[in-house]
Design a protein around this ligand. Structure first.
Ligand SMILES: [Fe+2]
Length: 157
């Protein structure tokens, strides 16, 4: 089975388990479900353009907000996701240690939108801003808009 689909099924179960845990989540669980799937799709396309393994990049994008899914909080959610997402990825059971570390680092670093990281980190950051824009979420930090506009310019769109 495609690893992205397997991961998405398991992540949706984790999201289901958060139901009722916090009354004041910074994003709704419905948002987390939609953004998970559509940023993964976007990452798959970017990875194909950039010569990066699409499945791994899409899996990293799918889990990039794992910290916020667990805590309900936007603040420091990227760092908060690093350790728990490693455990989650081990449980999914289709990634080796090296892949788990690549994905976990992309989760940890995805809020550093001004910085340039590994190819997968950059795909996750770009997919995040493109997807948020496409879903109608306003840019809450200028560096997100800068990143989005840079991507548009580079692609002539
Ligand atoms: Fe995030």
């Amino acid at each position: 089975m495609n690893r992205l689909l397997k991961l998405e099924v398991k992540l949706n179960k984790v999201i289901d388990e958060q139901e009722g845990k916090f009354i004041d989540r910074d994003e709704t669980l419905d948002w987390e479900r939609i953004h998970m799937a559509s940023s993964a799709r976007c990452a798959w396309i970017l990875a194909m353009q950039r010569g990066v393994e699409p499945e791994l990049a899409a899996c990293a994008a799918a889990v990039h907000d794992y910290g916020r899914i667990l805590t309900g909080k936007q603040k420091n959610h990227a760092e908060a996701g690093y350790e728990p997402v490693r455990g989650f990825l081990q449980e999914v059971g289709v990634f080796n240690e090296e892949e788990i570390e690549i994905i976990a680092l992309a989760v940890k670093n995805h809020s550093l939108k001004k910085e340039v990281g590994s190819p997968i980190e950059e795909i996750v950051k770009d997919a995040d801003v493109i997807d948020c824009y496409q879903l109608g979420q306003p840019f809450d930090r200028p560096e997100k808009e800068v990143r989005y506009n840079k991507w548009r310019e580079e692609n002539g769109v």
